[in-house]
Design a binder for this molecule. Sequence first.
Ligand code: GLC
Length: 440
Amino acid sequence: MLTLKETVERILSELTLTPPQILVLAESFRAAMEAGMRGKESSLKMLPSFLGKPAGNETGTYAAIDFGGSKVRVLRVKLQGRRQVEIVRQKVFELQDVMKRINGRAADMTGSALFEGIAAALQEVLIPDAPVSLGHAFSFPFRQLGVNQAVLIRWTKEIKASAVEGEDVTRLLTKALAAKQMNYVTPAAVVNDTVGTYLASAYDEPATLIGSICGTGHNSCYLGAYDGKEMIINLESGNFDRVAPTVYDQVLDADSDRPGEQRLEKMVGGRYLGELFRLIIVDLIEKNLLFRDRREKFYLSPYQLKTEDLSVLLNPEEQESPGTSKFAEKYGLQDVRIEEYGVLRQIASAILTRAARLVGISYLGILAQVAQSAGKRYVVAMDGSLYEKNPQFASQLQYIIKTYSRHSVGVKMVKNGSGIGAAIAAAVADGEKRIKIAKF
Ligand code: GLC
């Protein structure tokens, strides 16, 4: 029988990425990108966006929807050109509130109710009957057939609305807009949230190479080439599947809605890290190594423990003693032994460190695939609460880039960039349409 200390050491070492593993994984990520681009079997889908880098001089007022999973943000945005943007109006809704207004209850979510709810939300920030082009940031994997045509491949992040997979979401949105007498809104572009984040950053920072989300979910896009044209490509990197899972990762995956899918996202996404932590702690309890006389205290239901709780647990301002810790108070653990409380902190820290390093490794893979000469300056446009709210996550990610990249890579936080980016996408799409019409 292993002791608590020995067992924890084993878990921590399984969660640690050694320098050789980091290099092998970065190369394997790069190789998966290349295979995906060539249409070969790969966990990376490499989805073209039909958009390149914005010029920064796009102007006009646009509507935007940002549907990311648990929230719906609707905006009216004024692009002022000269790389400046003004948000004229915006509102944020919890998805369940949007659904309740349409459905009475959030549980049975059909595709048409979902898009009607989103259209009703949008109505609240627009001027009735004033014609406007719309950019739609839709944070799910879709196959793009044109700049405003996007067929949902499959839902991720545990969304289940029926009759949307395999459908063109712009068609569903257009139908919902018509049902709400909102024909004055023209859907012009649909972008993944990573692409939106990229565009919002590149509008004023031409060195932007990568757009990335580290929040509930995780994904990145980058400025690459497609059919010989400069184009932003959505990697759907959350589906990368070459990281060796621990037994806890395997349990989490097996019990998830879509076993076998989004394997990287399940190791780095805010939706999953709290659950991973819970699974490890429950295992230590079951092995009779932790909380012996008060084990029932930690029997929480799946996903009850949130990733935010891990940030609270690791907050450097928190006392290292359970008696005064906010985390211990929330879960009734104030009177556990200080060693046991230390174990909680060690495990939480290892989970966050692994997550940040894995994200950093994926950037190394992208850089290896696209960046030519050493020493160039690149910017990663970042959005998401995991990066924003966890200093440890941010510093571990930066540590990987600094230590292993030949380039000077800065991470720039672009908060709520995807909505603004969607508006920019609509402007770019409208601009291209005008050029085409002028040619004929
Ligand atoms: C999920 C989605 C992806 C999105 C990411 C971040 O991974 O599949 O499209 O970009 O979450 O929201």
